[in-house]
Design a protein around this ligand. Sequence first.
Ligand SMILES: NC(=O)c1ccc[n+]([C@@H]2O[C@H](COP(=O)([O-])OP(=O)(O)OC[C@H]3O[C@@H](n4cnc5c(N)ncnc54)[C@H](OP(=O)(O)O)[C@@H]3O)[C@@H](O)[C@H]2O)c1
Length: 261
Amino acid sequence: MPRALLTGASGRLGSVILEDLSDVWDIVPLSRRGGKGAVKCDILSHMDRETLPGRNFDIVVNTAAASSPSYCAARPAESWILNTMWPRALAEYCRGKAIQLIHFSTDLVYSGGTPPYSETSLAVPMSFYGWTKLIADILVQKADPDALIVRTSVLCGKTGSNRATFSEDLLSGRLNTVYVDCWRNHTPIHWLAGILPELVKRGESGLVIASGRYAQSRSAYAEALLKKHGKSTDHLVQEYMPPNIPSRLHLRGKYSTSLIY
Ligand SMILES: NC(=O)c1ccc[n+]([C@@H]2O[C@H](COP(=O)([O-])OP(=O)(O)OC[C@H]3O[C@@H](n4cnc5c(N)ncnc54)[C@H](OP(=O)(O)O)[C@@H]3O)[C@@H](O)[C@H]2O)c1
């Protein structure tokens, strides 16, 4: 069984990868605080980074990130290290040891002005978060041309993380306001985790877009999700989104699924 080092194991995607792929990969999870079987590694701490497990790995999966645009805007230096410098360092490490790196990117690298977006489309982010991710993608590819960068959209589905996905927020009633003019390829998180071993087996490298097949407005997605789960949509408040957020982020990448909810 291939041995995989997984960063961000307490996050949305990391927790799903850990849960769903543990019978395919022998996973060593890392998390900022440790515990629950995870090795403690605060990526911002030089000491923690130095004590990373010394075992040999076949795969490194990097899901650790400052994943929200507002968090990145409020803490730019920390976000730059996590989202940009850390992936580049990992890529150099993996290149040196011939380890397969899988790193995750976001549709928020695109402006939303010229959809649809494929792997060859020009990316011009509208947020600092988007820039941290885009520059990481470029640096990772440069440092390790064999690295696989999986660019995806809004992650949906149930996870073991204490952070909620968009669909969990809607179903729990925590999120009521939805934008009518923001199109995204809502992506089932378990599908995304599930395709990773196949991508590795196929020898995929470079930038690959993997997402839900169809772009839907946030409000249309919310209505359909709630209806599918037999819930009322009466409480939903439909609004236009604030400025400076990409609007039409239609993705047309190499890997997609018609599973939506
Ligand atoms: N969520 C989405 O809808 C979405 C959409 C497109 C792309 N992506 C990309 O997918 C990847 C995974 O996103 P996600 O939603 O799973 O992120 P997430 O839920 O926010 O999880 C991020 C993970 O990074 C860890 N982390 C943060 N700071 C750290 C530090 N200093 N040291 C060690 N670990 C640290 C977090 O640990 P703690 O639990 O300790 O904070 C958490 O485990 C990211 O690259 C993101 O950009 C996500």
